[in-house]
Design a protein. Structure first.
Length: 484
């Protein structure tokens, strides 16, 4: 959740009366044995796990839309799919054939099954960002270490200084934002009263404890503005809170009549948090889902006949995913709650230049009237994606692009797509400002242009004057003919 939706600047639990109507639950299809959804991408594809008939084990699945039947992802021994990015890359884990831990897995483009490297005992892949960086944990000698995989190569993340009763320290990476900043937890070995703290790993791998005044805090998720969602005890009441990059802490609202408090389980990259609180369901004790949308405590309706509901993922489109059970049978009902979110949109900015000139492609991403900060935006010229950029504090993404030296048209079409799924098409006006061989468009064909051509030799760069796909002797000849 970002700074525009903070509900308190004080480090104390915010008490509210929940007056917002419960958001209805919508069930997802399963195989008749239950399931659990975890994440959704910008195009509405959902990933999670479901049980199949005759097998008590969960298998990783994908729903191609909220109304589709689940499709089982390639797997060896069952497992879970935890996260999906806008490229369709999915991460999760499979159960080990012989062993007690998981096996970290990537499903590239939702199809190709790739077992990720670990330290020999197993691990878990829990999240993936738009750049394809995967995070999770790996196991060595029975201990957990936070990790990330870049280009499918394992990197064990730094362990912060942290005191535990027996000196054994575990680290868990839980969430990564579009800029590559990671959050998770440092803790002692699992057990009651285990000391813990929220952790932030920078893009360069540097590690720091996330400061807060809460006790027993754990890093749950991180949004694109760098705010870390934690759970802790504030003023004696359990509540979630947001810790901004500058260290300021904002405790999220909890119901006035709940003496126990609330717990956050997940947060979208644009800052929608979700979790659970304790409430009466059908005259008996129950656990209900809740979302914090723009700082407002928003109860999620309990599915008919169920008593316990737990959100497990939130999309930037406002879909909160989770499952519910009756506490008697062993079936979990998968589904989602659709929050009334504002629309995301993209606004392209004007661009122009001559063939061979490097220009700036840029567009602004917005959520209602506010800027989407730290969001990944893909830019596609014609049918070719030329790159991604991260939006700045004003929601603007910028990318350098060189107009091909041999381009003959007067306009180029550019499609801008941000990670929320919002898209818009802009136009680059191509001016006849210089001849093709004038690679830097300074009005002269000279040694500077020759240097650029030689630097690009053998590639398909802007010095490919004849458009045959390779910078070679033919292009050198054209440049020399045009020499000023």
């Amino acid at each position: 959740m970002n700074t525009r939706s903070i509900v308190s600047l004080a480090v104390s639990a915010v008490i509210v009366s929940a007056a917002v109507a419960d958001v209805p639950f919508q069930q997802l299809a399963d195989f008749g044995m239950g399931g659990a959804p975890y994440d959704v991408d910008a195009s509405g594809r959902i990933v999670g796990a479901a049980r199949v008939e005759g097998n008590q084990t969960y298998v990783p699945v994908m729903w191609n839309s909220p109304t589709a039947n689940p499709v089982v992802l390639p797997n060896v021994n069952g497992g879970y799919a935890y996260a999906i990015n806008s490229n369709g890359d999915i991460v999760g884990n499979e159960f080990q054939v012989s062993g007690v831990y998981g096996t970290p897995v990537l499903w590239a483009n939702g199809i190709e099954r790739v077992v990720l490297p670990d330290l020999g005992e197993g691990g878990y892949a829990t999240d993936i960002n738009e750049s394809g960086v995967i995070i999770g944990s790996v196991i060595s000698n029975g201990n957990y270490f936070a990790a990330r995989w870049v280009n499918r190569q394992l990197e064990v993340l730094a362990v912060p200084e942290f005191e535990t009763p027996d000196g054994i320290v575990w680290t868990l990476a839980n969430s990564i934002n579009s800029s590559g900043v990671i959050t998770g937890t440092v803790r002692g070995v699992a057990g009651s009263g285990t000391p813990s703290a929220a952790v932030r790993w920078g893009v360069d791998g540097t590690v720091s404890i996330v400061p807060s005044e809460g006790e027993e805090t754990k890093g749950v998720s991180i949004n694109n503005e760098g705010a870390v969602l934690i759970n802790g005890y504030f003023g004696g009441l359990r509540a979630p809170a947001l810790v901004q990059p500058d260290g300021s802490v904002s405790v999220l609202a909890v119901p006035a009549d709940d003496p126990i408090g609330a717990t956050a389980l997940t947060m979208s990259r644009n800052g929608i948090a979700a979790g659970y609180y304790y409430d009466e369901v059908g005259g008996s004790f129950g656990i209900k889902g809740v979302a914090w949308l723009d700082g407002v405590f928003t109860p999620l309706a309990m599915p008919e006949g169920q008593r316990y509901a737990f959100p497990s993922g939130v999309g930037s489109n406002g879909l909160v995913f989770g499952s519910a059970s009756d506490g008697v049978s062993d079936r979990s009902v998968p589904g989602f709650w659709a929050l009334p979110v504002q629309s995301n949109f993209v606004q392209p900015l004007l661009a122009s230049g001559a063939p061979g000139q490097t220009i700036e492609l840029s567009a602004v991403s917005r959520y209602g009237t506010a800027a989407n900060v730290g969001h990944s935006m893909a830019m596609t010229v014609g049918s070719t994606m030329v790159g991604r950029s991260i939006t700045d504090a004003q929601g603007r993404a910028r990318l350098s692009f060189t107009i091909p030296a041999n381009y003959q048209g007067s306009q180029m079409s550019v499609r801008y797509t941000d990670e929320t799924g919002a898209t818009a098409t802009g136009i680059v006006t191509v001016t006849p400002g210089c001849v093709a061989a004038d690679l830097n468009c300074d009005g002269l064909v000279n040694g500077t242009d020759l240097g650029q051509l030689l630097t690009q030799w053998g590639t398909d760069g802007s010095a490919d004057l004849n458009g045959d796909g390779t910078v070679n002797g033919a292009d050198l000849g054209q440049l020399l003919v045009a020499w000023s």
